[in-house]
Design a protein around this ligand. Structure first.
Ligand SMILES: [Zn+2]
Length: 305
């Protein structure tokens, strides 16, 4: 009897300890080893003309993240999340569509995170993809690539989809079934940086997912923006200088160490202040960027096809 009680106690203590470590152990390094040399990125762009003149965005879904998945120590209990498509706009009418969000079915399947879905906005993003010159993804999760995976227009979109090899081969871990058209697109393969378009460079950022990348954009007015995807889900990681919890790394299959180095880089960039860090889901920062005119709360569409 005593032995059984001891065994139970040990099990309970082990579970409690594991739960504590999973939510409280912080991996943030003092110095980042993440390869993000902004001077090099700027050099890649030095001869570019006709830089993007605007950034559109459109919220398709919203919900909440449990704090214990967002930040070590669990933060404020929960954090609102917004799911937007982003659109880099050029003066000649060209657009690059970033991160087309998921459809209603995927929203329902992920109801634990996603509380609201806007069908009209989803339809508008689908329309914008038909008119875009390029479609690109920060990573291969449903809320960033789902709009393409489930698009009824996929045959028309295939030519303009820019997908990297890891994003293309990682559908399973992302719990997405890619249609054959998406699997057959010739993926891009690059080491660290990929010059996508005037003013725009992709930066490999394996961590949140194998195919994760950041997108650096230099605007015509000189502003610089780093689309950091889901490197952090909320600004709390940057402002309080804390990593994502191990629990999130395990749940999302993240490389927590790589991610912690990337978060350290974002902190350094944020503190320097010359580049705007854009986290895909942070409601407050997205709204603040709208208020200062960096981000529009809608995407542009030509009236008729
Ligand atoms: Zn996301």
């Amino acid at each position: 009897m005593k032995k059984a009680a001891l065994a139970v106690s040990i099990i309970i203590i082990s579970i409690a300890l594991t739960a504590f470590v999973a939510t409280h152990y912080d991996q943030l390094p003092e110095q980042s080893n993440f390869a993000l040399d902004l001077e090099h990125v700027r050099k890649l762009l030095r001869n570019d003309t006709d830089l993007p003149i605007g950034i559109g965005s459109l919220s398709v879904a919203s919900g909440e993240f449990p704090g214990c998945l967002v930040v070590t120590g669990c933060g404020e209990g929960s954090y609102a999340l917004d799911v937007r498509a982003f659109q880099l706009q050029y003066a000649n009418g060209d657009n690059i569509l970033i991160d087309p969000p998921h459809d209603k079915a995927l929203n329902d399947a992920n109801a634990i995170l996603m509380k609201r879905f806007n069908q009209a906005a989803y339809d508008r993003v689908q329309q914008a993809m038909l008119q875009a010159q390029k479609i690109v993804f920060t990573h291969e999760h449903f809320d960033h690539i789902g709009g393409v995976v489930k698009s009824p227009n996929l045959p028309k979109l295939a030519e303009k989809i820019v997908i990297n090899t890891a994003q293309q081969t990682n559908a399973e871990q992302a719990n997405l079934r890619y249609p054959k058209i998406l699997r057959d697109i010739k993926a891009i393969d690059y080491d660290t940086y990929y010059h996508l378009a005037p003013g725009v460079v992709l930066i490999k950022a394996t961590g949140h997912t194998p195919g994760a990348q950041m997108i650096f954009a230099r605007m015509a007015n000189g502003e610089e923006v780093l689309f950091a995807g889901d490197t952090a889900w909320n600004k709390v990681n940057i402002l309080e200088q804390k990593s994502k919890p191990l629990l999130a790394n395990w749940a999302a299959g993240e490389d927590g160490v790589a991610l912690a180095h990337q978060i350290r880089s974002l902190i350094d960039i944020y503190e320097k202040g010359d580049v705007t860090v854009l986290l895909a889901h942070d409601v407050d920062w997205l709204q603040a960027y709208e208020q200062r005119g960096l981000l529009q709360p809608d995407i542009r569409l030509e009236e008729s096809e």
